[in-house]
Design a protein around this ligand. Structure first.
Ligand code: CA
Length: 421
C-alpha cells in the first residue's frame, strides 16, 4: 500500500490550487463565525480565524439552481435566464470550471450542484458523485396557477416532522461526498501534477428536512434553543411577496406550533454541527497531505434559510436569513486574516478565480461578467475601503437579483417597493 506523501507543488508560474467548499441553505447569521451564540461549528470557527471573512456576502438569487448557475457563470440570473429549480443550465454557458480548465487547471466536482439538463459536468472534468436533486424539468412552475401550485411539493411537513433521526438520504449523500473528497485529495497528493486543481466539494446539509443524527442533536440542550429573533407576523401585515410565499410554502395548510419551531431550529443547528465535521475532515486532509500550503480555500453557501424568522421558512425571499451567505477565503501564506464589510456576492467568485489563475495563464471571459474580483480588496484590507453594491430588482414574478457594481447601494424595482430585508 502506498502511503500519502507530503507534497510541495508550488513552483514558478504555477497558480494556486482552489478548493471551493460549499454548503446548502446555510444562513450566514446561523454561524458562530458570524455572531450566532448557540450554534457549534468549531471547524468553521477555525477556518474563519485564519480567513478573510466577508461579513456582507449575498447570493444572487435565493434558491438553489439559479444561485449556483449565477455563481458558476459569473453572470446575474436574468442574464442566463435561470429563474427556478427547473430552468435548464445550457451546456454552452461558460462556467468557472470551463475557464479554469482553459487556464490549465484540473477541474473536479464532488457533491451537489443541481444542474438542470443533460450536461451534468459544465466544465468539470471529473464528477465524483451523482447529484442528490433531479436534473429534469419536473419542478417547472406554472405561475398562472398562483402560489398554491407547488410542483416541488414544498410544505411545512419538514418543520412539523423535525427531530433526531437514525439516517437520512442527506446523510447518505454527504457521507459519500466527504469520503470521495478525502480520497481524491489523497490521490492528488500521491501523484502530484504540474497543473493546479480546482476542486469543488459541495455538501447538501443543512438543507431541510430538519433531521439530524442523535449525536449532533444531543450537542444542544433542547429547552435552550432560542426562538427566532423576529416572531411570526400576521398574514394581513405581510408584504405581497411574503403572502405569496405563505401559500407557496403551504403554511395555510399546516399548524406550526412553537414546539415545532424549536424542533426545527434544534435540528438545523445540529445539521450545521454535522456538516462542520465533514468540512473539518476535508480541510484536515488538505493539511495532512501538504496541499494546504498551495491551496486557496473558499467556503461559500448557495443561499440561506429563514428558520422561522418572521414566521417564514426556507428561502425565495431577500430577507437577511434567506439571502445572506457565508463567504470566507483562506490561504494564510497569501492573505492575512481579516473581516471585510464591503458588500460582495457570489458572482464575484468567478472573476476572483480567474485572477488567481492568471498567475499561470491569463484567460479572458467570453461574456461580460457581472462580478468583480475580490483579491484586490483582500490585499488592501488594512485600508478597509468598503465597496457598495447595487441591488437590482425586477418586477415579480421575474427574478430579483443582487449584484455588485462598485456604486452606492440602492434598490430599484419599477412600480413596486423594494423587497430587500
Ligand atoms: Ca440550495
Amino acid at each position: 500500500m502506498t502511503s500519502t506523501p507530503t507534497v510541495q507543488t508550488s513552483g514558478p508560474n504555477k497558480a494556486p490550487n482552489i478548493l471551493l467548499v460549499m454548503v446548502d441553505q446555510l444562513a450566514a447569521p446561523a454561524l458562530p463565525a458570524y455572531g450566532h451564540r448557540q450554534v457549534l461549528a468549531p471547524h468553521l470557527d477555525a477556518l474563519a480565524r485564519q480567513a478573510v471573512v466577508f461579513d456582507s456576502a449575498y447570493c444572487n438569487f435565493p434558491i438553489c439552481a439559479p444561485s449556483r448557475f449565477s455563481m458558476l457563470s459569473g453572470r446575474l440570473p436574468h442574464a442566463i435566464e435561470a429563474y427556478d429549480n427547473a430552468s435548464e443550465f445550457p451546456a454552452a454557458t461558460p462556467t468557472m470550471a470551463h475557464y479554469l480548465r482553459h487556464a490549465g487547471y484540473r477541474t473536479i466536482l464532488c457533491g451537489k450542484m443541481h444542474f438542470i439538463g443533460p450536461d451534468q459536468l459544465h466544465g468539470y472534468e471529473e464528477r465524483l458523485t451523482t447529484d442528490i436533486y433531479p436534473a429534469d424539468f419536473a419542478w417547472t412552475p406554472d405561475w398562472t396557477k398562483g402560489p398554491g401550485h407547488r410542483p416541488t411539493g414544498v410544505s411545512m411537513r419538514p418543520v412539523v416532522e423535525s427531530g433526531p433521526c437514525i439516517r437520512s438520504m442527506q446523510i447518505d449523500y454527504d457521507d459519500e461526498v466527504e469520503y470521495r473528497a478525502v480520497q481524491r485529495l489523497h490521490d492528488l497528493a500521491r501523484a502530484p501534477e504540474q497543473q493546479p486543481f480546482f476542486m469543488t466539494v459541495s455538501f447538501t446539509h443543512p438543507h431541510p428536512p430538519f433531521v439530524a443524527p442523535q449525536r449532533h442533536w444531543d450537542l444542544y440542550p433542547h429547552e435552550a434553543i432560542e426562538p427566532p429573533r423576529v416572531g411570526e407576523i400576521a398574514y394581513a401585515d405581510l408584504d405581497e411577496h411574503s403572502r405569496w410565499l405563505y401559500v407557496a410554502h403551504a403554511q395555510n395548510l399546516y399548524t406550526v406550533t412553537p414546539e415545532h419551531v424549536r424542533n426545527a431550529r434544534h435540528a438545523y443547528f445540529a445539521m450545521i454541527s454535522y456538516v462542520d465535521e465533514k468540512i473539518g475532515s476535508v480541510l484536515r486532509t488538505l493539511k495532512e497531505t501538504g496541499l494546504a500550503d498551495d491551496t486557496v480555500v473558499v467556503f461559500a453557501g448557495d443561499h440561506g434559510e429563514m428558520l422561522g424568522e418572521r414566521g417564514m421558512w426556507f428561502k425565495q425571499c431577500f430577507f437577511e436569513w434567506s439571502a445572506r451567505v457565508p463567504l470566507m477565503v483562506s490561504m494564510p501564506r497569501r492573505f492575512q486574516p481579516a473581516r471585510v464589510a464591503a458588500h460582495v456576492s457570489l458572482v464575484d467568485l468567478l472573476p476572483t478565480f480567474l485572477d488567481l489563475a492568471s498567475e499561470a495563464r491569463r484567460v479572458e471571459a467570453v461574456d461580460a461578467l457581472d462580478g468583480l474580483q475580490l483579491r484586490g480588496r483582500v490585499r488592501r484590507l488594512a485600508h478597509g475601503a468598503p465597496r457598495a453594491s447595487q441591488v437590482h430588482l425586477h418586477p415579480w414574478p421575474a427574478a430579483p437579483a443582487v449584484r455588485s457594481a462598485g456604486r452606492p447601494r440602492r434598490a430599484r424595482q419599477p412600480g413596486r417597493p423594494t423587497r430587500m430585508g
